[in-house]
Design a binder for this molecule. Structure first.
Ligand code: NAD
Length: 455
């Protein structure tokens, strides 16, 4: 086994060292998880609910600690990290309501009684990215446990600390230590073994579309269930009839939140041509006002990028001759800083088509509603998007026409634990969160009981 050094992205100081597991350790974890799952599935629904409530309470008691860990490991601003830790608690609390509600159906048939059961799948693998480590882990963990499964989580190499702590908190809350196991390691080693291991019945993968495709291919060999939450290149569509001041003031938050390392980032702003110049005048001061700096400060709105390698990738989209309209500021010196950057490229430019996953946004003009819809849909992705208009009919027409899983009108909201989340097209497969998520961790079993004739 080897170890990886973790680096604080704001200071470049070494933060911790984490042991990376090998494939044999995964095999051992799967065997222990399978035994724990059989015990968990026999526990009454009310007791499983109580277990999840205890886990939520343990997270609630450690929100500050989890938030501080995320600040140090991922460079998230403390105000965001606080929200993320509270969201993990809320996700667990929400799905604590599920075990007692997975009631199946009774279906009228001739000659007997027909009922369905929502059986747990068994052992579920959850593979997470580095951008929202604990939040995304909780989206798989909570509904899977609620439905009676055991969970093995493979956190991203750069950001495992909050997920490892969640694993400890589950044990402190009284859950069987083999029921939820966190397995740090390399994607092609630990992640891949979860995909190929026949004892893992489902993979919930969140990450790049490239790796997601390979996970789907690997899972096919076992007809293994998959949920895929992949990349995005979402559009923020600004019509001329909207509150332009509000649209411009909120646009930076819609794309530069988490330094643009957000699958839902509205990284293409599409603006109706007759208000384009005015919108850009309003956008410039809003971008320059984004407070970029020390993530531990309560005043900070945007921290550093996660790593030097990722900063290099983001920077490759802003070469010296890039069509930069204006930029915000960022600290210089140590840390993986990159300023909020607004580009005005041509349609079809790689800054318009690729997911940059950093604080770089492309602004493009459009002519009319049909042009806006065509432009918004001119992407392989389909995760989220925003529509700014004061015309209700237009809001609904465009919402129905944009090929994306999560849209918001006159806001940039995407994620709520009680509403479904996921992508169209190459942004993914399946949905997380919302009331139905536990069903994604079950098999429907139909049982017919013949009724004997009264003799
Ligand atoms: P990534 O695809 O590089 O890695 C994601 C995870 O997969 C990591 O844990 C990694 O170790 C693991 N992995 C790598 N190779 C593997 C393999 N061969 N088999 C199994 N697992 C493997 O993605 P990333 O760079 O960590 O995250 C950024 C991406 O995640 C972006 O594209 C972003 O849009 C996407 N994302 C999507 C959502 C969503 O909900 N749709 C949410 C957050 C991030």
């Amino acid at each position: 086994m080897s170890a990886a050094q973790l680096v604080n992205p704001a200071t470049e100081e070494v933060l911790a060292s984490v042991e990376l597991l090998d494939a044999a350790a995964v095999d051992d974890a799967v065997a222990r998880a399978a035994a724990a799952q059989r015990r968990w599935a026999r526990v009454s629904p009310a007791e499983r609910a109580a277990g999840l409530r205890a886990f939520a309470a343990a997270v609630d008691a450690h929100v500050d600690e989890l938030a501080a860990l995320e600040v140090a490991n991922s460079g998230h601003p403390i105000s965001s990290a606080d929200w993320e830790a509270g969201h993990v608690r809320d996700v667990l609390a929400f799905y604590a309501g599920s075990p007692e509600r997975l009631s199946g159906k009774q279906i009228p048939v001739a000659g007997g009684l027909d009922v369905t059961f929502n059986e747990p799948l068994g052992v579920v693998g959850v593979i997470t990215p580095w951008n929202f480590p604990m939040m995304i882990a909780s989206w798989g963990i909570a509904p899977a446990l609620a439905a009676g499964n055991a969970v093995l989580v493979k956190p991203a190499e750069w950001t495992p600390l909050t997920t490892l702590r969640l694993g400890e908190l589950a044990v402190e809350a009284g859950l069987d230590r083999d029921l939820l196991q966190v397995l740090p390691g390399a994607g092609p080693v630990v992640g891949e073994r979860l995909v190929t291991h026949p004892g893992v019945r489902k993979i919930v993968f969140t990450g790049s579309t490239r790796v997601g495709k390979s996970v789907m291919t690997g899972a096919a060999a076992h007809v293994k269930r998959v949920t895929l939450e992949l990349g995005g290149k979402s559009a923020n569509i600004v019509f001329d009839d909207c509150d332009l001041e509000l649209a411009a003031a909120s646009a930076p938050g819609g794309v530069f939140d988490n330094a643009g390392q957000d699958c839902c980032a509205r990284s293409r702003i599409l603006v109706q041509r007759n208000v384009y110049d005015r919108f850009m005048e309003l956008l410039e001061p809003a971008v320059k006002a984004v407070a970029v700096g020390d993530p531990a400060s309560r005043d900070t709105e945007m921290g550093p990028l996660v790593s030097a390698a990722h900063r290099d990738k983001v920077a490759s989209y802003v070469p010296d001759d890039a069509p930069v309209a204006f930029r915000g500021s960022a600290p210089t010196g140590r840390g993986f800083w990159f300023p909020p950057t607004v580009l005005t490229p041509q349609r079809g430019d790689r800054a318009v088509t690729d997911e940059i996953f950093g604080p770089v946004v492309a602004v493009l003009p459009f002519d009319d509603e049909a042009d806006a819809i065509a432009l918004a849909n001119d992407t392989a992705y389909g995760l989220s998007g925003s529509i700014w208009t004061d015309d209700l009919s237009r809001a609904l027409r465009v919402s129905r026409a944009v090929e994306a899983g999560n849209l918001s009108v006159n806001s940039h909201s995407s994620v709520r634990y009680n509403t479904p989340f996921g992508g169209f097209k190459q942004s993914g497969l399946g949905r997380e969160l919302g009331p139905d998520a536990p069903l994604g961790f079950t098999e429907t079993k139909n049982v017919f009981v013949a009724i004997k004739e009264d003799t």
